[in-house]
Write a protein that binds this ligand. Sequence first.
Ligand code: F0G
Length: 365
Amino acid sequence: FENDERGVWRYNAALPFEEGVSLPEGDTPLHEVPRLEESVGVHRLRIKHEGMNPTGSFKDRGMTVGVRVAEELGVDRLACASTGNTSAALAAYGARAGLETLVLLPEGKVAAGKIAQASLHGARILEVDGNFDSCLDIVQDLAARGEAYLLNSLNPFRLEGQKTIGLEILERFYADEGRYPDRIVLPVGNAGNTAALYKAFRELVASGALHPRDVPKLTGVQAEGAAPMVEAIENDADEVRRWNEVETKATAIRIGNPVNAPKALPGIRETGGTAVSVSDEAITSAQRALAQEGIGVEPASAASVAGLQKLRNQGVVEADEDVVCLTTGHLLKDPDAAFEAGDDPEPVPNDTDAVLRHLEGRSGG
Ligand code: F0G
C-alpha cells in the first residue's frame, strides 16, 4: 500500500476511488500501555485510538468514502440516524462537500459534544421520541422514498472506508513487533466495524497478502443493557433478536438491533473470536484506566478494554496473547461522563498561601 496519499486514502487500492472528501482521516496512533498491559495480564496490549480522527471517532473513515460516493451520485440530501458520532462525522463531511445534511437522534440520549458538532457543522437535527433503532427505521424509510441518501453503516461504502482500521492495525503492529496480533477487541453497536474488519482480512487472505492463520480473532464487546449480539453468540443463533428496551451509559452503543449482524456474526465465528457483555461500572473503570495512561476515550470505547479484562479473568483470553483494543471515540465527545468518572475540582480562595495550605491538606487559616 505504498503511495503519496495519507491516512485512509493511502489504502485506495482497497477502496472504490483514488481519493475522497477528506479532512484528512485515519493514521491514528497504536499506543503502548505498559501498566494496563500488566494489570490485564496479556503478553502485549496496544490501543488503536480512533478518537484521534478529525471529528473524534472512526466514523470519519467511513464518511470520507461515503460522502465521495454521494457526490458521484449527485444526491441532494445526506441523512443518518445516530447515537451521536455518525451525525457529527456526517455533518462535517457533508459541510466539506457542500451538501445538505439531515440527522435523526434519539432524544435525550446523545452526548453533548456530538450534538454540538452536528449543530455547528450545519446539519439539520431532528430529535426523535424513541431510541436509535427507531431513528434508523425512519431514515431507512426516507431513503427508500428517495428523500435522502443514507449514510449509516448499512451503506456498504461506509464499511469500505472502515476496513482501513484493520489494515492500519496489521501494518503498524507488524512493523513494531514482526508479527500480527492474535486478537482485536472492539466495542459493538451496529457491528459495522466488526463486519468491516472481517472484510478487510478476507480480502488480504484472498490476495495472498495474509496467511489465514494470521487473521486476528475478532472479539466484540457490548454493554450489558444492550447486548443482542452477545446473546446470539452465546446461544449459537443464526440471527440476532432485536432488543426493544436498551440502556447503558455508553450511549454510543445503546443499540438493540445491530443491522450489520449478518455480516458480523460470521466474522466473529470464522476468526475464532467471541463476544462478551460488560457492566457500566466496568466500562467506567476501564475508562479511568485508559485515562491514567494518557488516553482519553468516551465510555463506549472503554468497553473494549473492560471486555478484554473480563475475558482474561475468565481464561478465554490467554496470558500469552498479543491483543489490540479499539477505542472508537474521544473523551471530549461525552464531557458529562468524563466528569462523572473523574475527580471533582476543588474550590480554593484567591490567595497563594491559602492554596498552599489547601494542597497540604489543611482547610482553614
Ligand atoms: N463506539 C462508538 C464511539 C460509536 O459511536 C459506535 C457507533 C460504536 C462504537 C459501535 O460501532 O456500529 O460499528 O458496531 N456509533 C453509531 C453512531 C451508531 O450513530 O454514532 P459499530
